[in-house]
Design a protein. Structure first.
Length: 392
């Protein structure tokens, strides 16, 4: 059973993980139980097993990035479905506490506020913060079990949309979101990005498509997962099942003539996916990497494919299309990669597109000196995007 699997192999993995669903307390009380397998391309990055009733949702969630870890959560709900208390235990794949990491977390809700207590190996930290009404508490933004009670209430009441506030375990604030039902599908709007879900007549989530979000996960539901067996299996994989950062950070420093160039960028992995026209949609501005916006600095004025870029620090973005790609040099710096402001654009510069003989697994930016000039090249999947550069 491999958790680094192609889509075809993942079907076999899911079948191996799925067990016959026994009669549970959840079923007896009109609740439900199930499991979600969370994939990023061909890699399984998490598994969530849960049991849900009108009064309580308990579950285990195994995540593999940056390190493999297993958490157990117990969320108690009031008559309106709002959380009244969250208890979480945190540990490694064997359930034991991880050195120098939190061991437990408790969130107690009282009216329009909440108190969060984090237990460390030798201390505790406590903070209180405001909590609006209609709050949904989630372990992470790739956890889905606690969305199901909301969808179930929407189905029963005939409501097609609700506004909620997301509280992620460990965060000192909530984030506005909305849930929309349309037939057997649903949309979860969070951070202005839509997650697409398939939901049955009882509000049970059947699958999740996060390709329009920055997370890019796909999620499949199975009846049940033996979490202990999964954790034990992952622990035998290379690096103890740890995937590390899903998109590492790297820096390029190079000289082109008299220009000293510096690029700092995130490096997402291909993971068996179609990149341009898939992970990177045509006709949409792309952060040119992952996570924080790609930073670029030149020590002197540059000529970039015939366009002047004055000495200074910028962010680099790209606008890919099937008819040609543009490099966007933007004057705003230090922002996250979702915070693109077109009003800050300095210039947009045509790039040369070429196909690579062998696909590149990890997104790469290179500055390649060629005499007194050079090339700024970006390679990922089967495509290279490049522009000539030289010091003015």
């Amino acid at each position: 059973m491999s958790f680094r699997s192609t889509s075809t192999a993942l079907t076999r993995v899911a079948a191996a993980l799925a067990l016959a669903l026994p009669s549970t307390l959840a079923a007896q009380q009109g609740g439900t139980s199930g499991a979600f397998i969370i994939r990023l391309g061909r890699d399984t990055i998490g598994v969530e097993q849960f049991t849900s009733t009108a009064q309580r949702v308990t579950g285990d969630i195994l995540l593999r990035s940056p390190v493999a870890r297993l958490s157990h959560y117990d969320v108690r709900l009031d008559a309106q479905g709002n959380p009244t208390r969250v208890d979480v235990t945190l540990g490694g794949l064997n359930g034991a506490p991880r050195p120098s990491q939190p061991r437990a977390l408790t969130i107690t809700f009282h009216g329009d506020s909440a108190t969060q207590v984090i237990t460390w190996p030798d201390s505790t930290s406590t903070n209180s913060f405001a909590v609006p009404s209609a709050t949904v508490a989630l372990p992470t933004n790739t956890s889905y079990a606690l969305l199901e009670p909301v969808f179930a209430r929407m189905r029963r009441s005939g409501t097609d949309s609700v506004n909620v506030n997301m509280l992620f375990f460990g965060s000192p604030r909530t984030f506005p979101a909305s849930l929309v039902l349309h037939g057997d599908s649903a949309t979860w709007w969070l951070f202005d990005y839509p997650t697409r879900l398939r939901v049955d007549a009882n509000g049970r989530i059947q699958s999740v498509n996060g390709q329009e979000t920055t997370v890019k996960v796909d999620v499949a539901r199975v009846p049940r997962v033996d979490m202990k067996a999964v954790a034990a299996r992952i622990a035998t994989e290379p690096n103890g099942g740890n995937l590390g950062q899903l998109s590492s950070r790297d820096t390029v420093v190079a000289s082109v003539g008299t220009a000293r160039l510096w690029v700092d960028y995130g490096r997402p992995q291909r993971r068996g996916r179609t990149i341009f026209g898939g992970v990177v949609p045509w006709g949409q501005v792309w952060r040119t990497g992952a996570n924080a916006a790609t930073q670029f600095r030149t020590s002197v004025d540059l000529d970039v494919n015939g366009v002047t870029v004055p000495a200074g620090t910028y962010t680099l973005w790209t606008l890919p299309s099937e008819s040609g790609t543009q490099l966007i040099v933007n004057k705003q710096t230090g922002q996250w990669g979702t915070e693109y402001d077109p009003k800050q654009d300095l210039v947009r510069i045509p790039m040369t597109t070429s196909r690579l003989d062998a696909p590149v697994e990890v997104f790469t930016i290179a500055v390649e000196p060629r005499g007194d000039a050079g090339v700024l090249a970006m390679r990922w999947g089967d495509m290279e995007l490049s522009v000539p550069v030289h010091a003015k």
